[in-house]
Design a binder for this molecule. Structure first.
Ligand code: PLP
Length: 365
């Protein structure tokens, strides 16, 4: 029997013909497709501006720089995320200050952020990561930031279309970013997007992604080549039109798994607070005997992933640069318990039953 794939980009005929049209047009680098993608993405998130980039990591880098993060600045963030989140702070010469996470939502714990703010009055920004497709507690985060004049950066790389109190993530902070890597809820192959309603940040980001260019062959600041291609943007436009449908399928799959797995006491199912709309980039459970379960599911043809086994505080890079000292026991515990099951829109009902049956078989053995 074929394995149940862990992730699967959903590319259809629309994407293929739009890419062919771009190839035939002769304009394949950044051009009209990218401009249209930026316009439509900003409208979808509800920000005034969007700037497309060649991946989510470059989007994070320019978002931080454009917001004014620089050498010596301290940015509170979560260690329970992909390494790009905190590395982008290092790229700016700034320092990540790690807060712990909530064991139910896996997201940054506002109480832990507050404890850091109470002992350190030298913090410049908070970077939240809406992990697995679930929004962080934005009321608490925005309140803490506003009362102290801190910047808020939203890493929405995993949360396209996720909502907090009916509003899309990416529209709360000073600036947000998205990734369009192939495993994400929508893809452009590789790609990213900076979103903001601050014109100064949008203008700076647009220059930073294009070698600090202010006019043709005129450069007044140091920038990069982080541009998106029109080939990628053509895919992105088709995927954006399908995003709500993809997310609905992910939510339906999650509801089926929640039901099928509800009697399994050795696992804790994902949490969806009632004021959040979860888009299930990952369907991540906490499981007893996690490593044995993963091996069993692998053998049973159910692909899974451990996202993330090691919090950034315990990565060799952060242990050696002195930033891994932070006490984040919940993030460390989660690293030993989490396992993400297939949840993508390409799954059939039979796939979901097979996933559930395999978990039941493991825990009854
Ligand atoms: C939370 C988070 N931030 C940033 C990134 C970086 O995005 P990209 O892989 O497009 O560079 C990712 C990608 O996996 C991510 O999951």
């Amino acid at each position: 029997m074929k394995p149940v794939p862990y992730a699967q980009p959903m590319i259809g005929d629309e994407e293929k013909s739009r890419v062919m049209a771009v190839l035939d047009s002769g304009m394949i680098a950044m051009g009209p497709q990218t401009a249209e993608f930026e316009r439509k993405f900003a409208a979808y998130i509800g920000t005034d501006y969007a700037v497309a980039t060649n991946n989510g990591t470059s989007a994070l880098h320019v978002a931080l720089l454009a917001a004014g993060i620089g050498p010596g600045d301290k940015v509170i963030t979560t260690p329970f995320t992909f390494i790009a989140s905190s590395n982008s702070i290092l790229y700016c010469g700034a320092t990540p200050v790690f807060a712990d996470v909530d064991p139910r939502t896996f997201n940054i714990d506002p109480a832990s952020v507050q404890r850091i703010l109470d002992r350190d009055d030298d913090i410049k920004a908070i970077m939240v990561v809406h992990l697995y497709g679930l929004s962080c507690e934005m009321d608490s985060i925005m309140e803490m930031a506003e009362s102290r004049g801190l910047l808020v950066i939203e890493d929405c790389a995993q949360a396209h279309g996720a909502q907090y109190r009916g509003r899309a993530v990416g529209s709360f902070g000073d600036v947000g970013i998205f990734s369009f890597y192939p495993t994400k809820n929508m893809t452009t192959g590789e790609g990213g997007m900076v979103v903001t309603s601050r014109k100064d940040i949008a203008d700076k980001a647009r220059k930073l992604i294009n070698h600090g260019r202010c006019d043709r062959y005129l450069h007044d600041s140091l920038g990069f080549n982080y541009r998106m291609t029109d080939i990628a943007a053509a895919i992105g436009l088709c995927q954006l039109a399908k995003l709500d449908g993809f997310n609905a399928r992910r939510r339906e799959n999650a509801a089926v798994l929640n039901k099928l797995l509800s009697d399994l006491s050795p696992v804790i199912l994902p949490d969806e607070p009632e004021h959040c709309l979860h888009v299930y980039h990952q369907y991540t459970i906490r499981a007893q005997r996690r490593d044995d379960l993963k091996a069993y599911l692998d053998a049973a043809g159910v692909q899974t992933s451990i996202v993330y086994p090691i919090p950034n505080t315990r990565q060799p890079l952060y242990m050696s640069n002195g930033l891994g000292q932070a006490e984040t026991p919940v993030a460390e515990m989660l690293g030993t318990e989490v396992i993400s099951l297939p949840i993508h829109p390409g799954l059939s009902h039979e796939d979901l039953v097979r996933i559930s049956d395999s978990l039941h078989a493991f825990y009854s053995s």
